[in-house]
Design a protein. Structure first.
Length: 102
């Protein structure tokens, strides 16, 4: 797998992310961050910063994975994406998450 495959996969995600379910978005985020930055660092955000905490937890769930393995996993995940019927904005997705947790 080369850098071009990774860039193409990133571009595809940018075009279709509103049609992905939340768990898939979290996986994509985690693989992307691991592939581009390596292991997560810093303190886990507090419970009042729900979005940041979810992102942190997703990324930390694959700590220790090499950047190359994360790139491969990202590209494979994007190749096999299943789209939802409706588009959902980030704000709407977050509102649903907050409602679910209340």
């Amino acid at each position: 797998m080369d850098e071009e495959d990774f860039v193409k996969a990133c571009n595809k995600v940018e075009k279709i992310y509103t049609r992905l379910n939340s768990s898939t978005i979290r996986k994509i985020y985690a693989y992307y961050k691991q592939a581009t930055e390596g292991d997560v660092s810093g303190k886990r955000p507090g419970v009042l910063k729900l979005r940041e905490r979810i992102k942190y937890d997703s990324w930390s769930s694959i700590s220790g994975m090499s950047k190359d393995d994360a790139r491969v996993a990202y590209v494979e995940l994007v190749k096999n994406l299943q789209l939802e019927d409706e588009e959902v904005s980030c704000d709407e997705r977050e509102a649903r998450l907050i409602e679910k947790n209340n």
